[in-house]
Write a protein that binds this ligand. Structure first.
Ligand SMILES: O=C(O)CC1=CCC(=O)O1
Length: 257
């Protein structure tokens, strides 16, 4: 499955391209807090995961590498040779897979609240089974606690994205997470990488996840954002936007083609 996913382009025509990948249970609108700043200097390509946002439900199982293939299909369709990529959580895993699969296409990489391996695969298979059995309701009910610190008051629009997600699309993404393990290949990544972590991230705490990415990817920088949980770009938009734009300013001023 490497068809071009549901997507949207914003920002100036011909500017260097930045691809933004969403997390499990969210749509491309996860990136709305960063959009105004990014579209000042970059063309921004956002996409939806299968069964999420405006994307159709998947026809069958898929892997994180398949999702990276979908991003490549999008770039091919646009005639774009090189782009920067930023992704949150599962969207970050897609960026890791993309940087391994097509290093010549990835000019710069931002890995937010993500991991080279998302814990015990059984956990993700059980969550897939739960959602196939009961729908996304149970995981949506607990999403605000998983995604944000207790003091965050803006969770509703993000939880609504999860409630609107197709159960099979969500389950397929859980299975893709279960099978994903890039730990042994991080040293192969050539893109200049920024790893962003939420200091209070529960699903992918800095210790054991972001720190492994930063230690494993040659030359990677690590930014830990205080007062942020798993969806750090939503909870601490100013800090995360600043970290991303500073990294892109340093590493991706190329052409849109
Ligand atoms: O469990 C969650 O909702 C957090 C998460 C893990 C991978 C991902 O993309 O989101």
């Amino acid at each position: 499955m490497s068809a071009a996913p549901h997507h949207r382009l914003d920002g100036p025509d011909g500017a260097p391209l930045v691809v933004l990948g969403p997390s499990l249970g969210t749509s491309m609108d996860l990136w709305l807090p960063q959009l105004p700043a990014l579209t000042r200097a970059w063309r921004v390509l956002r996409y939806d995961l299968p069964g999420h946002g405006g994307a159709p439900a998947p026809a069958g199982p898929f892997t994180v590498d398949d999702l990276a293939g979908g991003v490549l299909a999008l770039l091919d369709g646009l005639g774009v040779e090189r782009a920067a990529y930023a992704g949150v959580s599962l969207g970050g895993a897609v960026g890791t897979a993309l940087a391994l699969r097509a290093p010549e296409r990835v000019a710069s990489l931002v890995l937010c609240c993500t991991s080279p391996r998302f814990g015990d695969p059984r956990f993700w298979r059980e969550r897939a089974a739960l959602v196939r059995r009961e729908g996304v309701g149970p995981v949506a009910d607990s999403a605000a606690e998983r995604w944000f610190t207790p003091s965050f008051t803006g969770a509703d629009p993000y939880v609504a994205m999860l409630r609107a997600t197709d159960a099979e699309g969500y389950a397929g993404c859980c299975e893709a997470l279960a099978a994903f393990d890039a730990t042994a290949r991080l040293a192969e990544i050539r893109a200049p990488a920024l790893v962003v972590a939420g200091a209070q991230d529960g699903p992918t705490p800095p210790r054991g996840h972001a720190d492994r990415l930063a230690a494993g990817i040659p030359g990677a920088r690590l930014a830990v954002v205080e007062g942020a949980g798993h969806l750090a770009n939503a909870e601490r938009p100013a800090e995360v936007t600043e970290a991303i734009t500073a990294h892109l300013d340093r590493t991706w001023r190329g052409t849109g083609r």
